[in-house]
Write a protein that binds this ligand. Structure first.
Ligand code: SF4
Length: 349
């Protein structure tokens, strides 16, 4: 039987022949690797590529990010979701630019003090940018190792510790960036969550799940509970301008701009919900309500049905820092959640 250290060799050889050419793999700039790793969390490679390219061409250095406003960065991030990532990138960039001469630190101790640098991002930057001997456990790596070791049951923190211990054992002494990226790439391309391609896998001789034929149930498939949510949205127009408001600075999609509206409660018609929400949020009455469009939007745990109405205010509210009247063309300058951004697209068509 092949000894464990050869896992690194097998992965290395496989990666050289099979890895995808991705823009962040063409650089060793720690700043750009950091950006790619943050974007790739919870987001697919195909979605990230254009965002990464746009971001790194607009902000080629960490200083450029530090100089941008948070609203500008949120606009660049629009559509990627999990907006706290962009806010933390901004905060960390300011610290790196102002206190660290624009250079990302290369130790776990220093990196993990920066906003947004949890165990995964810290490990990924240390290993991929600085080639440090650091195990990193993302969803792909977790799946591959759980299968290699035939760890059945849920992926708990205890399982992650077991995976990390195993990675320390099999990691080579050098070329860590290849080892970690190869393991992630193997998870993405071969050891897929559904229908893993075991016959093409360079690690099949090491794989306990493959030997036992249990690879399809490791980790156990997650039962996704998707809830349906009906939401009424008011596109309020007065004098050729539209009313948008800024969300609070805490919680989901904090500090993004959106049209007023909210959940249609049970027993309520969409129009009743619309009037109630606008009264509660903006403290005005609306009239001339016309159905504009229905849209569907998917979040991780929700399927949101947006019922969008065009309406006019009976008494237009005054502007404040968090509530603005904006021309149709200028609406696209504001960072918005995907639902509101879709409405803007439709208004501008
Ligand atoms: S043999 Fe199959 S289950 Fe095992 S690591 Fe390879 S692809 Fe995954």
């Amino acid at each position: 039987m092949t000894s464990r250290p050869s896992i690194a060799r097998l992965l290395n050889n496989w990666y050289r022949k099979n890895s995808r050419a991705l823009p962040w793999r063409e650089t060793t700039d720690p700043y750009k690797i950091w950006i790619s790793e943050v974007m790739l969390q919870q987001t697919t490679v195909a979605t990230v590529i254009p965002y990464y390219q746009k971001w790194t061409s607009k902000y080629p250095t960490v200083h450029a990010v530090a100089q941008a406003s948070e609203q500008e960065l949120l606009k660049m991030w629009q559509g990627l979701g999990y907006y706290q990532r962009a806010k933390n990138l901004h905060k960390a960039s300011r610290i790196i630019s102002q206190e660290l001469n624009g250079k990302l630190p290369s130790t776990r101790e220093e990196l993990s003090k920066l906003p947004g640098f949890g165990p995964y991002t810290t490990g990924a930057v240390l290993s991929i940018a600085f080639d440090k001997r650091e195990p990193i456990v993302d969803a792909n790596v977790r799946r591959v190792v759980m299968r290699l070791l035939a760890i059945e049951g849920e992926a708990t923190p205890k399982v992650d510790n077991q995976i990390t211990e195993y990675l320390w054992e099999v990691m080579p002494q050098r070329n860590l960036r290849t080892f970690n990226q190869a393991l992630m790439e193997l998870g993405a391309l071969v050891c897929r969550s559904k229908s893993p391609l075991c016959l093409l896998c360079p690690l099949k001789d090491h794989c306990a799940a493959y030997r036992q034929g249990v690879q399809e149930i490791i980790p156990p498939p997650k039962r996704k509970v998707i809830k349906d949510l009906d939401v009424a949205i008011a596109v309020i127009e007065a004098d050729g301008k539209y009313l948008i408001q800024k969300r609070g600075s805490k919680g989901l999609m904090a500090d993004l701009w959106e049209f007023p509206g909210g959940k249609i409660e049970s027993g309520e018609s969409p129009r009743q919900a619309l009037k109630r929400e606008v009264r509660e949020e903006v403290d005005i009455e609306i009239a001339e309500i016309r159905h504009f469009i229905d849209l569907k939007h998917y979040y991780t745990q929700f399927r949101v049905h947006l019922k969008v109405f065009l309406c006019r205010p009976e008494n237009p509210p005054v502007e404040t820092a968090d509530r603005q009247w904006v021309s149709r063309a200028d609406l696209s300058r504001f960072p918005m959640p995907s639902g509101s951004a879709k409405i803007v697209d439709k208004l501008q068509q």
